[in-house]
Design a protein around this ligand. Structure first.
Ligand code: GLY
Ligand code: MN
Ligand code: MN
Length: 501
């Protein structure tokens, strides 16, 4: 990491006085430090001599500034804008892309654009705002974005956020206009009327920050979520590609189990998948869950700071995200040794039966809630057979009961798309209360989570967690399980693991 501080500059503070520390100097200090003029922690202290400046403004050649836009994404964005336009005739709409949040001091996280913005534009353009202006028959689209600093601008060498000498070649207005088929304007020209519908992620800093005080439209967020529920062929191809990369990533991760057992633990496996996703897609769609043994029942075990126990189950919940934003969300629970023990297999078999019941309940015209009901019924019956419920199955399955949920406090599926939990701003009527339609994508993910410290359980079940999670697309005829390349039955998982070596 390059320090933004050029130490030779005359205004540089000695290391004993941290930059940006605005406390007055101690009276007894032998060298009282001047107050920093404008302590913006992100701005470097540059050499500011006229000689340096004049020399830096000249002599730079050209660079390739073609934006990274996934094939077909610009066209998909145009189709999606048409659909949004139809939902809001006569209304002015603005959707902001957001900006990378700062991680620490002057270091930002990687930028991930707002999902609605990605759906409407097709590319991640930091600090940009898409505006749809009503016309007679629909809307005209304009992308407002900050102009990068280029050779000949002082910011080219002085601005660590947008200067090309710092961050590499940056596409600008002309390049984005060409690649996205959109009119572009400088963000400084954006002047939104008060009745505009504002959506997306509005940053609190940077050139779009003036919008941060304006209310975001809940109606716009809801309509976008509901439009995004039905994926077109291009979106489904992106989703399938994300799943394919994830399936490969499961193999790459499982191959590293021996190394994780001997050195590295859960963290090694998490890093293995993350590297795979970052190399063959854009990254991960959510923090990878890697839980060995007693960590497997912990639903959001993203810390991955444990050992990998060679005798225990290993729960892997992994998803690669494409540049388009579409992400997979797949879980398998593997025996680290390659062979399930008897009790591990029994738990896995029950989850598999629940999973198969859930898969069978997905299809066009089915109630969204059907697969939830199907999964839960199988789990409750199995738990009752094992004597783990304090009431009868019927009582547990009644709305007043639900005792079986002690072992699965989470849901068993959700819409999947640009967000791992896609379309979450949709109304209850359009989501949980709706019928399934062709073009919907979702997960089915029943599990059983027997915590190590659950004193209601027999000792042999404590510390066992199993989840089976597949990604599905609802079709005209039924449903495609697009993650079906990974087996779901215990014997198939053992054979798959053996085949990797
Ligand atoms: N990985 C998050 C989920 O399964 O919903
Ligand atoms: Mn999921
Ligand atoms: Mn998951």
């Amino acid at each position: 990491m390059t320090d933004t501080d050029q130490g030779a500059a005359p205004t540089t503070a000695p290391s004993s006085a941290p930059a940006g520390d605005a406390r007055p100097a101690e009276a007894s200090s032998p060298r009282s430090m001047p107050e920093p003029a404008e302590p913006d922690p992100r701005m470097p202290r540059l050499a500011n001599s006229p000689g340096f400046r004049d020399w830096m403004l000249q002599g730079w050649g050209d660079a390739d500034r073609t934006p990274t836009v996934p094939a077909g994404a610009a066209e998909a964005g145009a189709r999606h804008r048409e659909r949004l336009s139809g939902a809001f005739p006569g209304r002015l709409i603005a959707v902001a892309a957001g900006r990378a949040p700062m991680r620490v001091n002057d270091n930002a996280h990687e930028f991930r654009a707002d999902s609605d913005f990605l759906w409407l534009v097709g590319a991640a353009v930091e600090d940009a705002v898409l505006v749809l202006e009503p016309t007679g028959g629909g809307h005209d689209a304009t992308l407002y974005l900050p102009a990068p600093f280029r050779p000949g601008d002082e910011g080219f060498f002085a601005d660590p956020l947008r200067g090309e000498l710092w961050v590499g070649p940056m596409p600008g207005l002309a390049e984005y206009a060409e690649a996205l088929g959109l009119r572009t304007r400088r963000i400084e020209e954006l002047d939104l009327p008060g009745d505009a519908l504002l959506g997306g992620t509005v940053p609190t800093a940077g050139p779009a920050a003036a919008l941060a005080t304006r209310p975001r439209s809940g109606e716009l967020a809801q309509v976008l979520a509901e439009l995004r529920m039905i994926k077109d062929a291009w979106e489904l191809a992106e989703l399938r590609a994300a799943v394919d990369t994830t399936v490969d990533g499961f193999a790459a991760t499982a191959l590293e189990i021996p190394r994780a057992v001997s050195l590295g633990g859960e963290r090694w496996l998490q890093g293995t998948f993350d590297r795979h996703a970052r190399t063959f897609a854009a990254g991960v769609g959510y923090a990878s869950i890697v839980g060995s043994g007693a960590h497997a029942p912990i639903l959001h075990w993203v810390r991955a700071e444990g050992e990998v126990d060679p005798e225990a189950l290993l729960l892997l919940d992994l998803g690669a995200e494409r540049r388009s934003g579409y992400t997979a969300d797949v879980t398998r629970t593997l025996p680290a040794s390659g062979r399930f023990s008897t009790v591990q297999r029994e738990v896995h078999d029950l989850v598999e039966a629940s999973h198969r019941a859930g898969l069978a309940a997905v299809g066009p015209g089915r109630d969204w809630a059907d697969f939830h009901t199907a999964c839960m019924e199988v789990l409750a019956r199995g738990l009752a057979d094992w004597g783990l419920l304090p009431v009868s199955v019927d009582e547990a399955l009644s709305p007043e009961g639900q005792q079986h949920r002690r072992f699965i406090v989470c849901g068993v599926g959700h819409h999947l798309g640009i967000d791992v939990h896609d379309c979450s701003s949709a109304s209850h009527a359009a989501y949980q209360g709706a019928k399934m339609q062709p073009g919907m994508a979702l997960t089915v993910e029943p599990g059983l989570y027997f915590h190590a410290f659950d004193e209601t359980l027999p000792p042999e079940l404590r510390g066992i967690g199993v989840r089976l999670e597949d990604d599905l697309v609802v079709t005209e005829q039924g449903a495609d399980v697009i993650s079906a390349a990974l087996p779901i039955e215990a014997a198939g998982i053992e054979a798959w693991m053996a085949g990797l070596r």
